[in-house]
Design a protein around this ligand. Sequence first.
Ligand SMILES: NC(=O)C1=CN([C@@H]2O[C@H](COP(=O)(O)OP(=O)(O)OC[C@H]3O[C@@H](n4cnc5c(N)ncnc54)[C@H](OP(=O)(O)O)[C@@H]3O)[C@@H](O)[C@H]2O)C=CC1
Ligand SMILES: Nc1nc(=O)c2c([nH]1)NC[C@@H]1CN(c3ccc(C(=O)N[C@@H](CCC(=O)O)C(=O)O)cc3)C=[N+]21
Length: 282
Amino acid sequence: MTATLMDGNSLRDEIIAGLATQIEQMGSPAICLATVLVGDDGPSQRYVKSKHKKAGEAGMVSRHHGLDADATQEEVEAVVRELADDPSVHGILVQLPLPDGLDPEPVLDLIPAEKDVDGLTERSMGRLVRNRPGLVSCTPLGVLRLLEKYSVPTSGARAVVVGRSTLVGLPLSLLLNRKGVDATVTMAHSRTADMAAVVREADIVVGAAGQARMITADMVKPGAAVIDVGVSRTEAGIVGDVDFDAVAEVAGWITPMPGGTGPMTIACLLENTLTAARLQGL
Ligand SMILES: NC(=O)C1=CN([C@@H]2O[C@H](COP(=O)(O)OP(=O)(O)OC[C@H]3O[C@@H](n4cnc5c(N)ncnc54)[C@H](OP(=O)(O)O)[C@@H]3O)[C@@H](O)[C@H]2O)C=CC1
Ligand SMILES: Nc1nc(=O)c2c([nH]1)NC[C@@H]1CN(c3ccc(C(=O)N[C@@H](CCC(=O)O)C(=O)O)cc3)C=[N+]21
């Protein structure tokens, strides 16, 4: 392998240790992250469990609300409303996607901006667009942290983000475009014509489409930084959007899957929870 491996597990541990120290210095207040999961999807339950475990390591408390897959819109909204009104809860994360038949928009609308640790509400997204301080989606933040940690040059670099969701692709594109980061960003998606040619232009490639191994070695410019966000369940197990073994021979930097962006998402979620607690006066 010629690429430098961008190790999300070790950077996560570093970030969580830093959070634990900060929280101790604050006199160890009970900073609380609440998660809401509707349905019994196995991997979602695993991610949520891992979020709670890591919250404990950071010196935070956490609370989980699990609802049955057949929960009604009203039931989900009632849970979120209760968490929104509860002053002992500092961060609220509603695991997406919700089961078919439930509309996430009115649910997200109930999350107060200062508790929006996923950065998904209209106010948080608006602040991101307007370049004002606010909570930003965790996976995009984690990607930026990895680029920074490994000194990947971003100013003037061409970045291609494959995926334009409000959870990952869109906020990440906005962050990469920000003053100070200064990449020239292309957002690619399922209608992009000649994806291979678009990706080949990139100094920084982010796969956030959820299409198993769609980014192949022939699509990658030699020396590029390749970040894998996608998670697909296949018969071979969990695989990313990047054809890791072959791309690692061409890229300058690459994230492993697992061990790359997943752990960084959790670290940044906890960082957002501390920020949220401070916004609420802790
Ligand atoms: N590692 C982590 O921490 C996290 C991982 N994930 C994973 O990242 C992936 C993306 O998540 P999310 O953004 O929520 O997913 P969405 O399904 O909301 O969005 C997927 C995006 O990828 C685009 N897309 C789909 N197929 C293709 C294709 N063949 N070529 C190009 N673009 C395509 C879609 O395009 P269009 O808009 O045209 O439909 C859409 O913009 C998933 O696998 C998810 O599990 C998500 C969050 C955190
Ligand atoms: N509102 C909302 N916010 C999210 O941030 C969110 C979401 N909904 N829905 C689902 C996706 C997915 N996601 C992951 C988190 C951690 C890992 C993670 O830690 N993965 C480990 C591997 C874990 C394993 O092996 O199961 C790793 O990559 O090393 C992966 C994926 C957050 N998501």
